[in-house]
Write a protein that binds this ligand. Structure first.
Ligand code: HEM
Ligand SMILES: *[C@@H]1O[C@H](CO)[C@@H](O)[C@H](O)[C@H]1NC(C)=O
Ligand SMILES: *[C@@H]1O[C@H](CO)[C@@H](O)[C@H](O)[C@H]1NC(C)=O
Length: 238
């Protein structure tokens, strides 16, 4: 009798464990939630009986509850069943645009992809990792992933520094209207165009802003008077 109870108990335990582990790892043979590109592709929303999975920076999320976006016919169906990390900043959902490579993207662009991954961690369920560019076959982060995260962190640092730098030199006021076009002006000081010093490091591009300089600052290098505007004008058309 006691033997029989033990047998029943063990059978139940095994069944419970089996259910538990099958929930934890939907289809992984090794018990780890690791996907190959081909396995992930099955969860592209085509098969209604399967959940929809999305990969970003090698992290895989169940986005079934966002079926209207990610399901067949949804605007973001191209993100389903694959890792198209690059398309989160390029917006290019065609052909080679659907890649997980971030090569050549700027610090701020890479930062934005990392923020998208955060968006999925917050709003959806993490289900595993995609083996490839960002995770090795053991599920450990690759050099590529560490590189991406470092680049994003550098972007965040530079943005912070840029904010502090720009706070030192007040920005111009500006307005724009259909009839009158654009105008910049300073309550205190004179409008000048200046290069944003960290912009190249941040985005790889040049970018200027309008800042207000006092009369004694006007001989600083790198200050550009607006075209068609007087040296000591307080307002300039742009
Ligand atoms: C780089 C370009 C873009 C990317 C990568 C992108 C990505 C996304 C993603 C992933 C979602 C789904 C978010 C979720 O799971 O809730 C989404 C939602 C949405 N996007 Fe975009 N998007 C882009 C551009 C645009 C543009 C240009 C518009 C508008 C003209 C737009 C309008 C929307 C709207 C209305 C939603 C739905 C919000 C909701 O129903 O909760 N997106 N976008
Ligand atoms: C989408 O998923 C279905 C099954 O779920 C699979 O047969 C098909 O090949 C997948 N499509 C792509 C482009 O991988
Ligand atoms: C998307 O990327 C592909 C491959 O890199 C390129 O040929 C195509 O012109 C791009 N499309 C857009 C709209 O940028």
């Amino acid at each position: 009798m006691a033997n029989r109870l033990v047998t029943i108990f063990i059978t139940c335990l095994v069944a419970l464990l089996a259910v538990f582990f099958s929930y934890r790892s939907p289809q992984q043979p090794n018990g780890q939630s690791l996907f190959t590109v081909e396995e992930l592709a099955l969860y592209n929303g085509t098969d209604e009986s399967l959940p929809i999975f999305l990969g970003i920076l090698g992290s895989v999320f169940d986005v079934t509850k966002g079926k209207s976006h990610y399901g067949v016919g949804g605007s973001y169906n191209h993100f389903a069943g694959r890792d198209a990390s690059r398309a989160f900043v390029s917006g290019n959902f065609t052909g080679d645009g659907l890649t997980d490579s971030l090569r050549g993207l700027s610090n701020t662009e890479v930062k934005s992809v990392v923020e998208w991954r955060q968006f999925y961690f917050k709003g959806y369920t993490f289900v595993g990792k995609l083996v490839g560019r960002y995770y090795d076959s053991q599920g450990n982060p690759t050099k590529s992933l560490k590189g991406v995260e470092a680049k994003a962190a550098r972007g965040a640092q530079l943005l912070e520094k840029q904010k502090l730098e720009e706070a030192k030199q007040p920005s111009c006021n500006s307005r724009w209207s259909q009839d009158e076009g654009g105008e910049v002006w300073c309550e205190d000081g004179f409008p000048r165009l200046v290069q944003r010093p960290l912009e190249i490091a941040l985005t790889g591009k040049m970018s200027k802003r309008c800042a207000c300089f006092k009369d004694y600052q006007l001989d600083q290098p790198g200050l550009e008077v607006y075209e068609g505007c007087d040296f000591l004008a307080k307002a300039c058309r742009v």
